[in-house]
Design a protein around this ligand. Structure first.
Ligand SMILES: Nc1nc2c(c(=O)[nH]1)N[C@H]1C(S)=C(S)[C@@H](COP(=O)(O)O)O[C@H]1N2
Ligand SMILES: [Mo]
Length: 217
């Protein structure tokens, strides 16, 4: 859905022009501006992404852990949920203020898996088959890093990386891997998809955005 071709064919000429000039300025995998997206843009580096339902979705946790495990969506929903309201900031400049995300703290999933003492980092993989991300263990254990199930108080849509995506609130949005399917605990940081292409591995949004502090909720 929302392939570049489909969008340009369907769009009115003015929107088409706006989209094309935007796409030229933005090499980061932008393939469409979401209708009713509230300012969000749809990004996928993969041309097509399979849909996963509550029945077919799985999240695998493995690597340097005592208890490798697999979660279904109902199992993730049954864990304590944390809701955060922060500004979404893409590194290319667009921003969506005050966006609620809700899900399970990544730290909870890591604690349940039993991280081994030699571990230093986390690698995140996606069922689009292409994207990946990474966090240091210290970053991954922050209270404002979620395995997100909901956005804007609704279940995450496929376009936004549903049913499950990462939400790394204090970092640029490229850290928030969509269509999350794997969490591998590793002994060092393995740069993610965009990081192999020049993006910063530590993606803190600047202090001016007020996101450097740990949340209180
Ligand atoms: N799997 C996957 N996750 C991804 C991306 C992607 O291309 N594939 N793009 C990243 C970037 S650069 C941004 S800005 C956000 C966009 O999220 P959205 O499509 O929900 O607006 O997803 C991030 N996570
Ligand atoms: Mo982005």
């Amino acid at each position: 859905m929302l392939g570049a071709g489909a969008l340009t064919v369907a769009a009115a000429p003015t929107l088409q022009h706006a989209f094309e000039s935007l796409a030229q300025k933005d090499p980061t995998g932008l393939t469409g501006v979401l209708p009713n997206g509230g300012g969000f843009r749809y990004y996928s580096v993969a041309a097509s992404v399979p849909h996963k339902s509550a029945e077919t979705y799985r999240l695998t946790v493995n690597g340097l852990v005592e208890h490798p495990s697999t979660y279904t969506l109902p199992e993730l929903r049954a864990l304590p949920q944390t809701r955060l309201v922060r500004d979404v900031q893409c590194v290319t400049g667009w921003r969506v203020p005050h966006t609620p995300f809700e899900g399970v703290r990544l730290s909870r999933i890591l604690d349940a898996a039993g991280v081994r003492p030699t571990a230093r980092a986390v690698r995140l993989t996606c069922f689009d088959g292409t994207y990946s991300e990474s966090l240091t263990l210290q970053q991954a254990r922050r209270a404002d890093v979620l395995v997100a199930l909901r956005m804007r108080d609704k279940d995450l849509t496929h376009a936004h990386g549903g049913p499950v995506r990462l939400y790394a609130a204090p970092m640029y949005f490229y850290k928030s891997a969509k269509w999350l399917s794997g969490i591998t605990v590793t002994d060092d940081v393995q740069p993610g998809y965009w990081e192999e292409r020049g993006y910063d591995i530590d993606a803190w949004v600047g202090r001016s955005n007020g996101r450097d502090d740990e949340p209180t909720n």
